[in-house]
Write a protein that binds this ligand. Structure first.
Ligand code: ATP
Length: 266
């Protein structure tokens, strides 16, 4: 059964232009793209290609999307997984899954491995022993140390909490590049709304900039949700295109959801 883990590899069609905002991060990633596309240039110069990148920041800000775009831009095989998929009751299962994941990535190279919620396996080790988790993390470190830079594999980890991660994971040669992926500012929100309304019929009087102003503090995932909710409402209202009424209602709905969530936290 384990062999079925992480077989959902593909070559994503996502490109950088699908990721709105995050210009600085995209610039940093341009360098990584060059490594993947022309590794020999770097090998000849005796330079080591980075193996691991960490995306950190709040949820729903495009970390998964960026990792997909990294694979899409370089025509790499994409292996998406989540740290929580490795955590099992039985000692050795997680480690075996890590091994099999890297085997597949080597076969499919160039590859981008994406480990969402990497803190599920990579959190700081405590004195209290947790054999299964420790073995899984050790196996990940072994794999990252083990592959040669001739095999172009980039491991992208994502977490909401960089401070939780074990230092062994952050050492040079492992996840040594850290990129903060934050909530979008006004301009980025406008761009994200454009991306998510591009293929939708929108009333002429809908002003995307105004919508961006009304969605302060929201993530890309929230904005994508608003565009979708508005489209659903337009269908329900028998409209031919999405109007300001639908957008307003969708925004209210997301804001109400956020307030509920905050109320629970408080
Ligand atoms: P999590 O930490 O919860 O895993 P994440 O940071 O990986 O979240 P994604 O899964 O990449 O977030 O984003 C969720 C969805 O939100 C995306 O599929 C996309 O539709 C939308 N989205 C988020 N950020 C952006 C962005 N910068 N540009 C365009 N769409 C975005």
């Amino acid at each position: 059964k384990d062999d079925n883990q992480n077989t959902n590899t593909n070559k994503p069609s996502v490109r950088f232009h699908d990721v709105a905002g995050l210009d600085e991060v995209k610039e940093e990633l341009a360098e990584i793209i060059d490594f993947i596309k022309a590794p020999h240039k770097y090998h000849k110069m005796g330079a080591k290609i980075p193996k691991g990148i960490l995306f950190y920041g709040p949820p729903g800000t495009g970390k998964t999307l960026l990792a997909q775009a990294l694979a899409g831009e370089t025509d790499s095989s994409f292996f998406p997984t989540s740290g929580s998929e490795f955590v099992e009751k039985y000692v050795g299962v997680g480690a075996k899954r890590v091994r099999s994941l890297f085997e597949k990535a080597k076969k499919g190279a160039p590859s981008v491995i994406f480990i969402d919620e990497i803190d599920a396996i990579g959190a700081k080790r405590t004195t209290e022993s947790n054999n299964e988790k420790d073995q899984t993390l050790n196996q990940l470190l072994i794999e990252m140390d083990g592959f040669h830079s001739e095999q172009t594999i980039i491991v992208v980890g994502a977490t909401n909490r960089l401070d939780l991660l074990d230092e062994a994971l952050l050492r040079p040669g492992r996840f040594d590049r850290h990129m903060f992926i934050g909530n979008p500012d006004l301009h980025a929100r406008e761009e994200i709304l454009h991306v998510h309304t591009k293929n939708k019929p929108i009333d002429e009087n809908v002003n995307i900039k105004e919508l961006a102003k009304r969605t302060h503090g929201m993530s890309g995932a929230h904005l994508s949700n608003i565009a979708n909710e508005a489209a659903i409402l337009a269908v329900r209202n028998n409209k031919k295109s999405i109007g300001i009424t639908e957008f307003s209602e969708a925004i209210e709905k997301v804001i109400a959801g956020l307030q509920r969530k905050n109320a629970v936290i408080l």
